[in-house]
Ligand binder design. Sequence first.
Ligand SMILES: *[C@@H]1O[C@H](CO)[C@@H](O)[C@H](O)[C@H]1NC(C)=O
Ligand SMILES: *[C@@H]1O[C@H](CO)[C@@H](O)[C@H](O)[C@H]1NC(C)=O
Ligand SMILES: *[C@@H]1O[C@H](CO)[C@@H](O)[C@H](O)[C@H]1NC(C)=O
Length: 174
Amino acid sequence: MKSFSIFVTLLVLLLIIAGATANLQELCKQATSSSTIVTYDFCVRSLQPINGSNDVDAKGLVGITINLSLDNLVGIINMLSDLQSKTTNKTVLDALNACSDEVNRGTTELKVAQNLVSNGYAQDALTAVRVAEKSSDVCDSAFNQRGIQSPVHDAMHDPVLLCDLVDLIIQLLA
Ligand SMILES: *[C@@H]1O[C@H](CO)[C@@H](O)[C@H](O)[C@H]1NC(C)=O
Ligand SMILES: *[C@@H]1O[C@H](CO)[C@@H](O)[C@H](O)[C@H]1NC(C)=O
Ligand SMILES: *[C@@H]1O[C@H](CO)[C@@H](O)[C@H](O)[C@H]1NC(C)=O
């Protein structure tokens, strides 16, 4: 009898572990199924390393993904600020400032989205997240308009893809 209950306990534990790891994969599958931009692999690869990502529902995963996006965008803001401190060229500086302002606006909107989602306003959160999603294009054109290639074009690829992923996961709630 005792060994049987140990067996049952182990079985239940195994099922919990299997269920937990299947959860992120399932949410990534659902979120990215309709996307031509964000892949399932990107979703799993980005979120799997984060503590707790296997044990949360869609709403919890939005929170985790927004925080990851914020960390990444702060990295971009730091890169821009480093470039700002090193250039004396007014045209380049104007472009860097315009880009930096936009990325800052994106981070503000992501924080707004974080609050909206936790209060149940998924649809409104989408509007906020889309500001951050556009920041890469806005930066590109800030530089292109001045005849410069964006020095952060490549670096912004994954951070903005994470914002697209936030959008897709929120759509599971909306
Ligand atoms: C992950 O979470 C566990 C339990 O909450 C904690 O003990 C551990 O330190 C965390 N690991 C990291 C890398 O944050
Ligand atoms: C996101 O980051 C904020 C600020 O660091 C923290 O308070 C919050 O708990 C984090 N949320 C998740 C879901 O990790
Ligand atoms: C500033 O940078 C732009 C773009 O690289 C360049 O075309 C322009 O000649 C530079 N201006 C000065 C004063 O160096």
